[in-house]
Ligand binder design. Structure first.
Ligand code: IMP
Ligand code: MG
Length: 182
């Protein structure tokens, strides 16, 4: 089991520890599995932030699934979303007619998810559902449909468990508030 302390992370205050993350993902896995029954689905991870959550959630889905990834980057390294999204690596195959489950690390303003939903809809999947590990309700600028949320969190900048600040902290086994220099 991963520990909750790391030598160099003194500016990160633990918000959700590894055990709580694991327990919540087990619950989400059960709910999502129950929703789809035994229908095949295509799970799409939004890189880079989703990589740890994706790896953990797919192992809790008792479904015949396939995996795809899309790499996106919001312009710049700002801690606020610009809503301008660049696709850095596209899906490798068509999702036409597929039941798609999007796996995202965090929804803040909703601008990134709105862009992705519009983009995916043009590819004509049969259905699209959204699962996000974290949601900051206070950050909402545009409302997007969210089907499964791991944790609602306060409007603070968080890192760890896949989430970064300027490329760092993705490897922390927990989610914490970043208090360091910006
Ligand atoms: P949105 O477009 O504002 O909803 O933000 C979505 C993207 O912004 C996420 O996929 C993250 O990459 C990034 N983001 C938003 N809030 C945080 C945070 O607290 N920590 C790290 N990344 C964040
Ligand atoms: Mg992200």
């Amino acid at each position: 089991m991963a520990t909750n302390t790391i030598k160099w992370d003194h500016n990160v205050e633990v918000l959700i520890d590894a055990k709580r993350i694991d327990e919540r993902i087990t619950e989400l896995g059960r709910e999502i599995t129950a929703h789809y029954g035994d229908k095949p689905i295509c799970v799409i991870g939004i890189l880079k932030g989703c990589f740890l959550f994706f790896a953990d959630i797919v192992r809790k889905l008792d479904l015949p699934l396939s995996t795809e990834f899309i790499g996106i980057s919001s312009y710049g390294d700002a801690t606020e979303s610009s809503g301008v999204v660049q696709i850095t690596a596209d899906l490798t195959r068509s999702i036409e007619g597929a039941d798609v489950l999007i796996v995202e690390d965090i929804i803040d303003t909703g601008l990134t998810m709105r862009y992705l939903l519009e983009n995916f809809r043009t590819r004509r999947p049969k259905s699209i559902k959204v699962c996000t590990l974290l949601h900051k309700p206070e950050g909402t600028k545009v409302k997007v449909p969210i089907d499964w949320v791991g944790f609602e969190i306060p409007n603070k900048f968080v890192v760890g468990y896949g989430l970064d600040y300027v490329g760092r902290f993705r490897n922390l086994p927990y989610i914490g508030v970043y208090n360091g220099p910006t």
